[in-house]
Write a protein that binds this ligand. Structure first.
Ligand SMILES: NC(=O)c1ccc[n+]([C@@H]2O[C@H](COP(=O)([O-])OP(=O)(O)OC[C@H]3O[C@@H](n4cnc5c(N)ncnc54)[C@H](O)[C@@H]3O)[C@@H](O)[C@H]2O)c1
Length: 387
């Protein structure tokens, strides 16, 4: 008797495109997807090389018959099986996000894709149309929206605890592209600095979109205008590796987004500060279980992940009591748990947690941000409205 017939929700079955040997984010997706026992990885086209796809499947404990040589074979052959994959995780370089997501949605699979949604705005808009027509759901893995303290920050802004927002500052500082490592055998750098595989944005498409998304996710406002100065600092690089942007929020507040990948020695320094009329909050990804809120008339308040006093969305995103470090993997797992809830909500009607899923509208907005910023910087246009 199947689990469904006994009234027990079975695990959702996931297939992965990308995530082959030596890749960065594919293995993170697998761990995150499986962390809560809601999803299992059952198949994949893990590489453009069939032998390496098989090698990855062996490592993941997947039957060789479900290690496919390419994504078309995966999507076609899986749907003929009684135990077909339900959702497709896309963890390839950016230029494949659109064709894989489009093909999967057209066949009715659910899709969870890493960012950026696509390589161009045009593709993102086309994908939005496909999502609207498909039986399948779509989600983007904007990792940082899965952190408990980011959800706490969002809840506090939404409740008006900081008062009207006056200013936002996000910095995202990395150093791993401070030398022309793409010229050596650094595969991650090679495709990220190649417009054919990364899209029109370098740093702006790789980590600038995280900063953009974080501003909108935490404040609940939209970035309505920007003034961008993007540079390729490393000699010979064809895409930007350093981005400085002034922005305006829909509520009128000014903001600063500064992202770079050439800050020699820096690691993954993402941080956000929101300054409101009544108080100011700050969070840093390298110390993610703490959220500090400063008030003019009392001592700084420090919130800890896992504590009992958190907003429901933040408490639900913590798995451990305070003082037990949680981090990147758990934040990623929260995105998968929310998406699993959204898929199950179609049958159960219980949509708790689903509202935090980053959908295709978020993807389109972030691709519009990339396109506007790249064009505005290149043409020295000054302030430009993001429609
Ligand atoms: N959410 C985040 O914080 C985050 C972090 C890192 C990367 N990413 C995104 O994840 C994606 C992958 O990044 P990465 O750093 O893991 O890259 P990577 O180069 O480490 O891995 C890419 C994988 O895709 C595979 N691949 C390439 N072409 C393929 C094809 N035609 N069919 C199947 N597999 C194919 C490669 O073999 C490799 O295994 C990118 O879009 C990137 O922007 C997101």
């Amino acid at each position: 008797m199947s689990l469904e017939m006994r009234g027990i929700a079975r695990k959702l079955r996931m297939a992965m495109v990308g995530g082959g040997p030596g890749s960065f984010i594919g293995p993170i997706h697998r761990i995150a997807a499986e962390l809560d026992g809601q999803i299992e990885l059952v198949a994949g086209a893990f590489s453009s090389d069939a032998r390496r796809s098989l090698e990855a499947a062996t490592r993941y404990g997947i039957a060789p018959s479900r290690a496919y040589p390419d994504y078309e074979a995966l999507l076609e052959r899986e749907r003929c099986r009684p135990d077909s994959a339900d959702l497709i995780a896309i963890v390839t370089p950016n230029h494949l996000h659109f064709p894989v997501a489009a093909a999967a949605l057209q066949r009715g699979y659910h899709v969870i894709s890493d960012k950026p949604a696509t390589a161009t705005l045009e593709e993102a808009e086309a994908l939005a149309n496909l999502v609207a027509e498909s039986e399948g759901l779509y989600a983007l893995t904007y990792t940082y929206t899965g952190y408990p303290m980011i959800r706490q920050a969002r809840a506090m802004c939404a409740a008006g605890e900081l008062g009207r927002i006056r200013k936002v500052v996000v910095e995202y500082v990395q150093g791993w592209l401070s030398q022309p490592v793409e010229a050596s055998d650094q595969k991650q750098a090679a495709w990220r600095t190649d417009p054919g595989r990364a899209g029109i944005g370098g740093c702006i498409g790789d980590i600038g979109v995280h900063a953009f998304n974080l501003v909108e996710f935490v404040t609940g406002e939209r970035i309505s205008k920007l003034c961008a100065d993007l540079s390729a600092i490393v000699d010979g690089r064809r895409l930007d590796d350093d981005c400085n942007l002034l922005v305006r929020l829909s509520g009128g507040a000014p903001g600063v987004i500064h992202t770079t990948q050439i800050a020699a020695g820096e690691r993954n320094g993402l941080a956000i500060c929101v300054f409101g009329e009544k108080g100011s909050l700050s969070w840093a990804q390298e110390n993610p279980n703490v959220l500090n809120v400063s008030w003019p008339d009392r001592p700084v308040q420090t919130f800890h992940a896992g504590a009992t006093y958190l907003a429901a969305s933040a408490a639900g995103a913590s798995r451990l009591p305070p003082g037990h470090p949680e981090g990147y993997l758990e934040a990623f797992a929260n995105l998968y748990r929310d998406f699993a809830a959204a898929i199950r909500a179609r049958e159960t009607g219980n949509s708790e947690g689903c509202e935090l899923v980053n959908d295709i509208a978020v993807g389109v907005r972030s691709m519009r941000f990339v396109e506007v910023a790249v064009a505005a910087s290149r043409e020295g246009r000054g302030w430009v409205t993001i429609s």
